[in-house]
Each structure stands twice: as structure tokens, then as C-alpha cells.
Design a protein around this ligand. Structure first.
Ligand code: 8DG
Ligand code: CA
Ligand code: CA
Length: 333
């Protein structure tokens, strides 16, 4: 039986089930493009990972929230035979294998991967030889395929955070920057860097967007010490690559610029985890609020959202919907 840490830090006694469920989830996302099944498998894996006891039968698993008949059967099959026929078939399927491989490239989604497969592109080498079929994002994804799959140690993000803060402070001390994602949840390593930035002069209205675009461009231009490469840059979002030094891997860095009144909801949303966000949004709805990455809005009697509630801290969002405050480190679910 495999043991690994689950999100709460305890041993995961059901790690082998989680592994096959996550593999099935990836298959549903990338090959079948069935987001419902993808979410169902991921939910089941997270429930099993958090369960403090080794599951011995499918029936026992079925008692857990999020595990139904079909997943219970797969657990039984796995316990009895040590494998899953469905996964064995997927491993034999050339198209499924190619799509799984191609979607490892940042910027190549399931639809693009299927299109590439139909045009005869099945391997990374095929991709390297057919870069004319790729857009700028996908070319950068291919160039840094190995680097982007390496986790970023917390200490490196801390250094990047310090540099980012120093550099944007030199542009304008009124900028505020928060690195969200798994880093803010205290994880010891992260997949990428999710930075949020706000500035008092940034406004929501359309006419003011051009100002934001210029602000974001100036900000990114000031980061040359971080060896930046741009994937894309718009009015509110920079997607790109940074690198602390030439000895270290290139890292994916996103920077989002938000108006101050949206900043707290965005920090909450981009801190995640995505499962935590779902739970919190559902809780908000029960209290007749709708919560998204921009705002918290009360729902009127007809179910139409009203004006955003003014928010100046993350805690206030929890307060409004009567949800006990969770520190970022407590949101790893
Ligand atoms: P990681 O990068 O270390 O793998 O983990 P992460 O920081 O938690 O994941 P992420 O993919 O970088 O997303 C950052 C946060 O954005 C995530 O924790 C919650 C929020 N988020 C959602 N849904 C989605 C989504 O569909 N896509 C992305 N990119 N982020 C989402 O709640
Ligand atoms: Ca992240
Ligand atoms: Ca991210």
C-alpha cells in the first residue's frame, strides 16, 4: 500500500486509489473532454486522500461523500485484480496516449491536441519539427516543457517575491503585490507563480482600461532583472516566464492587475484551492450571495445579483457569508 501525504499533512492511506482516480480524471479532461467526470474523479480522490483510514471495500468507500456506485466498483476491481481494465485500455490507445503527451505542453489544450493528433503529430519531436502549427504560447510551452514541469521550491518563490516587490516599488510605491496560489497556502513547492497587483489609479470602467494596460506594461518592463519572457499581455493580465538565474529553470509567472475594490475577492479566489473556492461559493449561495473572482454580491428576491458589497479585507468576505475564517494554510483542500 502506498503512503503519501494528503493535503492536511497526514499520511494518505488510500494513495493507490487516488493515483488511478487522478489518471482517470486526466483522461476525462484531455481525451473525453468530460469536465463533469473529471471533477467527479478529482472529488473522489480528494475525499479518499483526506479519509484517515484505509478503505477495504467499494461498499465502504460508497459511504463517503462524493463516491458513487461506479467509483466503488472500480475500487473493488482494483482491490481484487491490482489493476483497472479501463486504464489498461487507455494505455493501449494511441490517440489517448498522444493527447496526454501533447497536453503537457503549456498552451496546448485538449482540442488543439486532438487536432494535432489528426494531422499526424504524436510526439514532442513531431511538435519540435512542426512549430508552424503552434502559436506563440505553445512555442514557449514547448521550449520550456521540462522546466515548467519542475516544481518551484518555496525559497525560490520567496526570492522572486522580494525582487518583484522591490522592482515594482521602484516604479511606484503605491503598487501592492500579493503572490497567491499554493505559495500563499504555505505549500513547500508550487507549480507556477500567481501574482496579483493593484494600484489606486486602476479603475473598472472601460475607458480606464487603457490606463491599466499601460501600467501593466510599465510594470513588466521594470522586471528585466527577472529575465522575463512574455507569453501574452493585455489590459489586466500578463502571462509569461521568469528566471532568477541562468542555473535555475524558467518559471511560469502570471501577473494580474486589478482595481482596489476587486483586489480582496481576487486574492481569495487565486489563493484557492479550487476545491476550497467551490465550497466557499456554495456556502455563499446558501446565504444568498454570489461570489466570484471580482466581487461578492447579494442575491435579490428574484435571484438577480445586486451591487458588489464594498470589501477591504479577505476576512470581511468570510464575515458577510457567515463562513468561519480560514487562514490561507487552512485552505488546502
Ligand atoms: P499549483 O500552481 O502549485 O499547482 O497550485 P495552485 O496555485 O493551487 O493552482 P493554480 O492552477 O495555479 O490556480 C491558482 C488558483 O486559482 C487556484 O488555487 C484556485 C483558483 N482557480 C479556481 N479555478 C481555477 C481554474 O479553473 N483555473 C485556474 N488556473 N485557477 C483556478 O478556483
Ligand atoms: Ca499556482
Ligand atoms: Ca496559475
Amino acid at each position: 500500500m502506498s503512503k503519501r501525504k494528503n493535503p492536511s499533512g497526514a499520511d494518505n492511506l488510500n494513495g493507490d486509489f487516488c493515483d488511478f482516480l487522478m489518471e482517470l480524471a486526466d483522461y476525462e479532461k484531455n481525451v473525453s473532454r468530460n469536465i463533469h467526470k473529471y471533477n467527479a474523479y478529482r472529488k473522489a480522490a480528494s475525499v479518499l486522500a483526506a479519509h484517515g483510514k484505509r478503505i477495504e471495500t467499494g461498499d465502504e468507500a460508497k459511504k463517503l461523500n462524493g463516491i458513487g456506485e461506479k467509483i466503488a466498483k472500480k475500487i473493488d476491481e482494483f482491490l481484487q485484480t491490482g489493476k483497472l481494465q479501463k486504464l489498461e485500455n487507455i494505455h493501449q490507445d494511441e490517440e489517448a496516449q498522444a493527447i496526454n503527451l501533447l497536453t503537457r505542453v503549456s498552451g496546448i489544450g485538449p482540442v488543439k491536441a486532438a487536432e494535432l493528433f489528426r494531422s499526424g503529430i504524436k510526439t514532442i519531436e513531431d511538435l519540435r519539427n512542426n512549430q508552424n502549427k503552434l502559436n506563440h504560447h505553445q512555442i514557449i510551452g514547448l521550449k520550456y516543457l521540462e522546466d515548467f514541469e519542475k516544481k518551484i521550491p518555496r525559497a525560490e518563490i520567496q526570492q522572486i517575491e522580494k525582487k518583484l516587490k522591490d522592482l515594482i516599488n521602484n516604479v511606484d510605491p503605491e503598487f501592492t503585490l500579493t503572490i497567491c496560489g499554493s505559495y500563499r497556502r504555505g505549500k513547500s513547492e508550487s507549480g507556477d507563480i500567481d501574482a496579483l497587483v493593484t494600484h489606486p489609479s486602476v479603475k473598472t470602467s472601460e475607458v480606464k482600461k487603457k490606463h491599466g494596460e499601460q501600467l501593466l506594461k510599465n510594470l513588466v518592463a521594470a522586471l528585466d532583472e527577472l529575465n522575463m519572457e512574455t507569453i501574452s499581455i493585455g489590459e489586466t493580465k500578463f502571462m509569461g516566464v521568469c528566471r532568477l538565474s541562468s542555473e535555475l529553470p524558467a518559471r511560469r509567472l502570471d501577473i494580474r492587475l486589478l482595481p482596489p475594490e476587486q483586489y480582496q475577492c481576487a486574492v481569495l479566489y487565486f489563493t484557492g484551492s479550487d476545491v476550497f473556492n467551490k465550497t466557499m461559493r456554495a456556502h455563499a449561495l446558501q446565504h444568498r450571495f454570489t461570489l466570484n473572482e471580482y466581487s461578492l454580491r447579494p442575491l435579490g428576491v428574484t435571484g438577480v445579483p445586486g451591487e458588489p458589497v464594498p470589501i477591504s479585507s479577505e476576512e470581511e468576505i468570510f464575515d458577510y457569508i457567515d463562513f468561519p475564517y480560514k487562514k490561507p494554510e487552512e485552505r488546502n483542500m
